[in-house]
Design a protein around this ligand. Structure first.
Ligand code: ATP
Length: 241
């Protein structure tokens, strides 16, 4: 199977010192890959380098198996959707107007996201953060993307909304979308992911299936929360497997 989006030996960052180094990652159609790591490990940089929003100094980004240097806007036209914690919606316009601008089929959106039904004529700026993010996700997914890159889309939102957003992400994957998910709620991310990649200090430190990750969740959580190697050198070797 050809990955929808992949990084090969990807090195990227913001200046002379790269923030991420030699990243090998791929996301296949229909799967959710959770990208985990402590603060500053390089999750956003990896995702943005794949999106074409952060300069790549070496290595390749592959889209449908072909090397791409396209900027973010062109990758979006190629079928990539990016959702960040910044809720890409127009606060001064109504929900309906936001959906129209994104060429969404309003009835279909309301069917999939019934929580928006009673708010179509409200200005988005008056919605709760969770409702705004559901709208942002609805807009991103209504374009029927091939890949969804989601960076902390649930940041600062109530647990119920986080679960709702991640359920919508899983549904999109089940319909064939390749999803790369950066998510602070590790437990919830593992519930909807198929595979996991853990970054440490700008490098991929561990990759595995979600069941392998579940089996060593305490080590992963310690690693995720603290940024330290979990336990002694033996466990470090396990993580680096
Ligand atoms: P967090 O969970 O805190 O969001 P992260 O894993 O997403 O962290 P990145 O945001 O990718 O990590 O940051 C990786 C490294 O790049 C960090 O050392 C960070 O300080 C640095 N960095 C991030 N953004 C910039 C920027 N715009 N300019 C310079 N350095 C940056």
């Amino acid at each position: 199977m050809t990955a929808v989006i992949a990084g090969r030996k990807l090195t990227a960052g913001y200046g002379p010192v790269p923030a991420v180094v030699d990243i090998d990652i791929e996301v296949n159609p229909g799967e959710v890959v959770a990208l985990l790591g402590a603060n500053g490990a390089g999750k956003t940089t990896t995702l943005m380098a794949l999106a074409g929003a952060v300069p790549v100094s070496s290595g390749d980004v592959l889209w449908d198996g072909l090397n791409t240097h396209a900027p973010l806007s062109r990758r979006a036209r190629m079928g990539m959707s990016l959702v960040t914690e910044e809720r890409s919606t127009f606060a001064g316009l109504t929900v309906r107007q936001n959906l129209r601008i994104a060429h969404c089929e309003i009835e279909e959106v309301v069917r999939q996201y019934p929580e928006l039904a009673g708010h179509l004529e409200r200005k988005v700026g008056l919605l709760s953060g969770g409702q705004q993010q559901i709208l942002a996700l609805a807009r991103a997914l209504s374009r029927k993307p091939h890949a969804l890159l989601a960076d902390e889309l649930s940041l600062g939102l109530a647990p119920q909304i986080v679960s709702r957003l991640l359920a919508a992400v899983r549904t999109a994957a089940d319909q064939g979308v390749a999803v790369l998910l950066v998510e602070q709620h590790v437990h919830k991310a593992l519930k909807i992911a198929d595979r996991v990649c853990i970054l440490r200090q700008g490098r991929i430190d561990w990759t595995g299936t979600v069941s392998e990750a579940q089996a060593m969740r305490s080590e992963i959580e310690e690693s995720y929360l603290t940024g330290r190697k979990a336990g002694g050198s033996n466990e470090s070797a396990d993580l680096a497997r």
